[in-house]
Write a protein that binds this ligand. Structure first.
Ligand code: SF4
Length: 381
């Protein structure tokens, strides 16, 4: 085992590790996890009993978005439960091969705001940099299925020099979000060099990384990676976690290492039918996130991406979940529910309505229990 991958605490092997004959050392090695990720029907069948529907989908899946699931994530799935919420996120179903008139390949309209290949500039002071098209595991509801994994209708390309030139010229940009694909799949040296070049642009104040690696491949979070990221502060990390079962011991350890390195952590989750579309699951998720030192940040309405209708809930369900959290638990635990407006409108927050009426001299407010209170509005001179 490499020196920087040693852990000083006990690591227990999940029962599934026996399917690969993995040692603790293998299991804790991110490269081993990636080499043994399941990418085909045959790979998955060796470790999981597949339903006829899953088998049928896997025979054709990959045309839209490649299949890949790390042994780590597979070990969190209950093999007896065909409706397991983690399984539903990563094992294709026949529904993903269907498409509907409301669905789009690029629902967030990123292409139209691309200023150089891989650089999207939509909001006034921040940009999105698509650093890679690879992920440790591919999520079947992925908004960027058009370009991640190399199977969609678009080929990912990053013009790094072009992006740097644009950023140097656009002094209004103070915040760069590195996403993809998953930037934490890049080698430490490459990511370090990219962050360093961005840091040298004087008006860029703040860097962010969007990643699902602490959930899908927590073994990638090493002391060496944490030390490198720490050098680029202020750097925030948004993880992507949808269900409390994703936050096992390995993920908790990885998130703790990032937090101990002074990196503020937030979570972006997607509201998904059959995965986390209940108050109970959302409450357990946000509480578990806080235990792992991650602040719930956004809860997204599932984008209308081609092949994802079976995942989508009604927007009102998200609002109802927020109503059931706000006031009933810590404010830190309550994410902002948003819809990324199709066609490039950006994130629009959706909130329960707490203002019952506005009249001269007062507003009437509904509190979290439904009781009405009056707030006197001070006349403005
Ligand atoms: S990790 Fe993110 S970018 Fe990658 S497949 Fe999942 S949702 Fe898409």
């Amino acid at each position: 085992m490499r020196e920087d991958m040693k852990r000083d605490d006990d690591v227990t092997l999940p029962p599934l590790a026996a399917k690969w004959g993995a040692s603790v050392e293998n299991w804790q090695d991110a490269a081993w996890q990636m080499r043994h990720a399941c990418c085909t029907l045959e790979d998955l069948e060796r470790v999981l009993e597949l339903s006829p529907r899953e088998r049928a989908a896997l025979q054709q899946a990959g045309a839209r978005l490649a299949v890949r699931v790390t042994p780590h994530f597979l070990s969190l799935i209950d093999p007896e439960d065909v409706a397991d919420p983690l399984r539903r996120q990563v094992i294709p179903l026949p529904e993903e091969l269907e498409s509907y008139s409301e669905e789009l390949f690029d629902p967030c309209g990123e292409q139209k705001d691309e200023k150089a290949p891989g650089l999207v500039h939509r909001y006034p002071d921040r940009v999105l940099l698509l650093c890679t098209d690879r992920c440790a595991t591919y999520c079947r509801y992925c908004t960027r299925a058009r370009l991640v994994s190399g199977k969609g209708r678009e080929r990912w390309r990053l013009d790094w020099e072009g992006a740097l030139k644009y950023l140097r010229e656009h002094t209004e940009v103070r915040d760069v979000l590195l996403s993809g694909g998953d930037p934490l799949l890049l080698a430490d040296e490459k990511l370090d060099a990219m962050l360093g070049e961005l840091r040298r642009i004087p008006h860029i104040e703040f860097l962010r990384i969007g990643t699902r690696v602490p959930i899908m491949l927590p073994q990638r979070i090493t002391p060496a990676l944490c030390a490198m990221l720490r050098r680029h502060a202020p750097l925030f990390i948004s993880i992507h976690c949808n269900h409390p079962h994703e936050l096992g011991e390995d993920a908790e350890r990885a998130l703790g290492m990032l937090a101990d390195s002074g990196i503020p952590l937030g979570n972006q989750s997607v509201l998904l039918r059959g995965v986390n579309d209940s108050v109970e699951v959302q409450r357990a998720l946000v509480h578990r996130l806080l235990q792992c030192r991650v602040r719930p940040y956004y809860l997204y309405q599932c984008d209308p991406v081609v092949g994802t209708r079976h995942f989508r809930t009604r927007p009102q369900e998200g609002i109802d979940i927020i109503s059931a959290l706000r006031g009933f638990t810590s404010g830190y635990a309550v994410p902002q529910f948003v819809i990324d407006a199709p066609g490039g409108g950006g994130k629009v927050p959706l909130n329960p309505n707490y203002v019952v009426a506005e009249e001269s001299g007062r507003i009437l407010l509904r509190n979290f229990l439904g009781d009405i209170y009056e707030y006197p509005v001070t006349p403005q001179v």
